[in-house]
Design a protein around this ligand. Structure first.
Ligand code: AMO
Length: 432
């Protein structure tokens, strides 16, 4: 229906006929002079109607139209130094395609700041704000950059089931669902299936996928449904090979976000692309924390506060926002993690500005060791029959990671996790 987006209208088009479609962002009636601000995906453009020079039907429509109505405007481009971006449209016709009700549930002009719950309850309208839409344009860009990096490196995209029969992470954070006459669960991650693909000889696979986690957490950085880039790689020497791929992936993601100049200008944010990523062992991380007055007992997970502390220390010492924490105690990692020795594992977490954005490592590829570890983690090998079978008939050494997109986005833009998901699912929110 349209010939251009608003941001494509420049003074050089002076005198040209155009057709624009979008929403009425603002209406200003100065009597004989009436202004509309039209908003579309590209931005804003001023529509200026003068009594006397403009058709009466156009003036009547402007009197009738309400804010946020959807319109189709045909008109002539006029150069005007007083108009925003030195250009405006002199309207020839205005069709109201869909009249908006009023009062509006949310003020799109953002003169009144709404609280996050009101915003999320009216998300369709919240997303009309350019600064909110900008977040999701960046999100789309980083996913494309991630996909491009993986495809360039020979990864094959897969899709694994989201309705599963047994836990993949060994924990209890599962959402049960009824599957005909049986109980099933929503997938916590593609972990078991992406590993099985290594036995199938796919060598390098990835999936951009939803995780469903029935965690009770009600925090700034947890949701019950998230999206992650999951990858698995065969014929690795050890976990360092996996970290190499993850480093390439995250750096290309951050670089692509830093290149979103238009969106970052709208958001008034800047993104620094870190250099290479520092590796710190778990033991060293605990030591650094202790030196700075925060004691984490050996064998415990580094909590939210500890991660934040560590992020600050790493920034001060190494001038980097990113660091790997490696060689975690075996006892706090899932059953599929390759042991380094009896105490430590070949696993890692990737921290970005003091928040875990990814975890991964080398996996066990030996059938007997895997069964042993499943038992040691108080799980029943019988529940993992279909998975274990893939280890009995030729399984290469392999490893992989899961990179949480919401965590990456919130750290990139310094926002809370609810802000970077279209329709977040948390402890209290199941709609919209
Ligand atoms: P893990 O459970 O650490 O590892 O998840 C990987 C990454 O996913 C994101 N994430 C979450 N983000 C927000 N809210 C949540 N509730 C949430 N849960 C997970 C985080 C986290 O780092 N199978 C392994 C990955 C692997 O080893 O390949 C796994 O799922 O960014």
């Amino acid at each position: 229906m349209r010939t251009q987006y608003s941001n494509e209208i420049t003074p050089s088009l002076d005198g040209k006929s155009v057709s624009l479609c979008g929403w009425i962002h603002e209406i200003r009636d100065m009597g004989k002079l009436k202004f509309l601000i039209l908003r579309d995906r590209g931005g804003f453009i001023q529509i200026t109607a003068k009594a006397g020079t403009c058709d009466q039907s156009v003036l009547n429509t402007i009197n009738e139209v309400s804010r946020e109505s959807v319109v189709d405007i045909k008109g002539i481009v006029r150069k005007n130094e007083k108009a925003p971006n030195n250009v405006e449209i002199s309207p020839v016709s205005i069709d109201i395609i869909s009249k908006s009700g009023s009062p509006l549930p949310l003020d799109v002009t953002a003169k009144v700041d709404a609280d996050i719950d009101t915003r999320l309850n009216n998300r369709f309208m919240d997303l009309r704000k350019p600064e909110i839409a900008a977040i999701f344009k960046i999100r789309s860009k980083i996913l494309s950059a991630g996909r491009e990096f993986l495809l360039k490196n020979g990864f094959i995209e897969i899709h694994t089931p989201k309705i599963i029969a047994s836990a993949s992470e060994g924990g209890t954070e599962l959402f049960p669902i009824s599957y005909f006459d049986r109980e099933a669960y929503l997938a916590q991650s593609p972990q078991l299936y992406k590993q099985m693909m290594m036995s199938s000889g796919f060598d390098r696979v990835y999936e951009i996928t939803n995780y469903f986690r029935a965690e009770e957490h009600d925090t700034r950085r947890h949701l019950n449904e998230v999206v992650a880039i999951d990858a698995e790689i065969s014929f690795i020497k050890d976990e360092n090979d996996v970290m190499g791929f993850l480093e390439g992936l995250i750096l290309s993601i951050i670089k692509s976000a830093a290149e979103c100049k238009t969106e970052l200008d709208i958001l008034k944010k800047e993104i620094n692309v870190p250099g290479d990523i520092k590796k710190i062992t778990y033991d060293k991380a605990l030591k650094l924390l202790e030196e700075n007055g925060k004691v984490v007992p050996w064998g415990a997970d580094i909590d939210t506060e500890g991660e934040k502390f560590l992020g600050d220390i790493v920034m001060k010492r190494y001038n980097s926002g990113l660091c790997f924490i490696t060689r975690y105690p075996l006892r706090i990692k899932p059953f599929y993690t390759m042991p380094h020795d009896s105490e430590y594992s070949r696993s890692f977490d990737l921290e970005y500005k003091g928040v875990e954005i990814s975890s991964g490592g080398q996996r066990i590829h030996d059938y007997n060791l895997l069964v042993e570890r499943i038992k040691e983690c108080n799980l029943n090998p019988e529940n993992f029959g279909f998975y274990l079978n893939a280890f009995r008939y030729g399984m290469p050494p392999h490893g992989g990671f899961g990179l949480g997109i919401e965590r990456v986005m919130m750290q990139l833009l310094d926002l809370s996790i609810r802000e970077v998901v279209l329709f977040p699912r948390d402890r209290h929110r199941l709609t919209p």
